[in-house]
Design a protein. Sequence first.
Length: 374
Amino acid sequence: MEYAADTASGVAARALKARLSGLADRFAWPLRASHYLELLNPRWTTHALHASVEAHRDETRDVRTLTLRPGRGWRSHRAGQHVRLGVPIGGAVHLRTYSISSPPEREDGCITVTVKAVPDGRVSRHLVREIEPGAHLLLGLPQGDFVLPEAAPVHAVFMSGGSGITPLMSMLRSRASRGDVPDIVHLHYVRNAQDLIFRDELAALVKQHPRYRLHLVTTRAAGETGSAGHFSGVQLDQLCPDWKQRDAYACGPQGLLADLEAQWRSVALLRRLHIERFRAALAETPADAAGGRVRFARSAREIEADGCTSLLRVAEDAGLRPPHGCRMGICHSCTVTLRAGCVRDLRNNTLTDQPGSRVQICVCAAAGDVELEA
């Protein structure tokens, strides 16, 4: 009976809260009361999820871990999932997707993302070089199925390159926090030992959990510790002889992921290879690819574009801010209507020239003059 009473009380409390919130929204119209709370503290809002930057830590010369405290509406993630961040820069909010590097078992309510500054990445460079504690970011809910199974024994090989280690680190931290690090062989590729992210923590995992075996593979500098050279089937056989009996989890540069797909496909085991990508897998640009003049109808802007730069990037470089999300052709947030002209899908070189077609501007480039309903 006490349980029933508590349940009824909880329902009544939630109903009262909903009525009060609705009443407050009526007085705040045409906005919502949540919009005014945003002026006091963005993490208090209910119309959009925000996170505050609590701290940052440099991992290497170009990689930084940000500690974020999510606001109202956040739900816990599964190790290996990612989130979308909205980063304000120069008066505009730029959306990017990053893997969560912290485990869901973290007790302080915070999460971390570990970001590598890339040369042409305005958002990644801002997060690594400029953002400071106290800043607020838009935060999406955790997404993705790049996760370890909970109900079955884990017998895995991890394959990662550079900052691609971040979702795998979330998995390792999660299992270590529960004292349950499974049988994992981990091949991690870096240019040299100085570029190894989470160096000390990985060394501690190797020492404390004998079923976790890490092979550091350096790909550039001679004389460094670790194995030398890029991925090959021979190397895989040497470092993980039973790889065909393991489920594989991979994240890293496109070249590495393409090689892994070819390797697992060659033995008809592609179903056992789980991949998390930072960017879309792009086809080789045809030698005769040509751009054209792109017209964005809503803004009446016309911009000259080459045949290999995404239409989303063309728009952004011209100061436009079209809706977008993942930037790799998955979420379809950037899909617009083609009014006229022709576009080329950068993933497979497919041409689309039928007016009224819906195209994803994050993975399409101009193939001649183009007009878009955007």
